[in-house]
Design a protein around this ligand. Sequence first.
Ligand code: SF4
Length: 342
Amino acid sequence: MTLLLEARGVTKTFTSGGGIGTARKVTVALDDASLAISANPASVIAIAGESGSGKTTLSRLVLGLISPSSGDIYYRGKPLSQMSRAERMSFRREVQAIFQDPFEVYNPFYKVDHALTTPVECFEPGMPKAKAQAMIENVLATVGLRPEETLGRYPHQLSGGQRQRVMVARALLLGPSIIVADEPVSMVDASLRATILESLLKAHVDLGASLIYITHDLTTAYQVSQSILMLYQGTMVELGNVDKVIKDPRHPYTQLLVSSIPLPDPKKRWGKGTARETLAKPPGGKNRGCKFAERCPAAMPMCWESPPPLYGLDSDRAVACFLFRDSPVLDKAEVMSLYTQR
Ligand code: SF4
């Protein structure tokens, strides 16, 4: 199996303060995270967690928008940090992004056509105008937009859902190998969510594009992905086959999130997670261990002492929790292979 994109043990820290009279503060946004996406077959991976979990940091790292503090991102086996200019251009063409707020991406002074013609001019400079126009119209139709009602308009003349669908069209335009979609449906109406997710899945099936779907919403993560990575405060807490992780979550944090998924019958709950009513205090005032310990109803003395490693529960699932300390500890290669199990 060929790996397209890999994050190998990446950590990202941000530093703030340090001026006169202020202490320097280092925040670990992502701590030793690993991810792998295969080229053949194409796959869909969800990265999920609450806000502050590090999922957007991981998406920006794999897009090459920021550099890791340690570890590296590889595309087709080559570290992004060592790519030549030509390789970087190919990476930018093949790895496309869709962001949460479609309005922020547009320049209000340009018609939406600009967002679609720019990538063609940049990556296919010799393409005849008529061919480019046909390509743009075709990709707009793919995402359910009528070219005659979309082109020639300014961003503010389109609805939020239409703007986001133009962004999906833009990502699909040049036949990407990977689409990184960061909360692509969180700012559109419920009625449009299905349409946008269907467009992304269609690209996955028809174009063979892999998809990294970043979300806080486990329902859509379950609907679209084959595997999932759960992040909590920048650490990997559970990963593997999405069916197992969502239907039978094992980490107390995943159990908590799954139990909060709303169901039509309020008497029913989809999971058994609970959180502590009041946050627990670490012995000695310092937590050197599991970041979830303060909220975890199952916390044990050992949980405060050192971070739990990833334990392999099945051939296609791992959990970072001392409750599973009788299971084997996985090394990095074994963790990477979990993403590509079918
Ligand atoms: Fe809870 Fe301990 Fe597991 Fe952390 S390692 S989730 S504190 S039981």
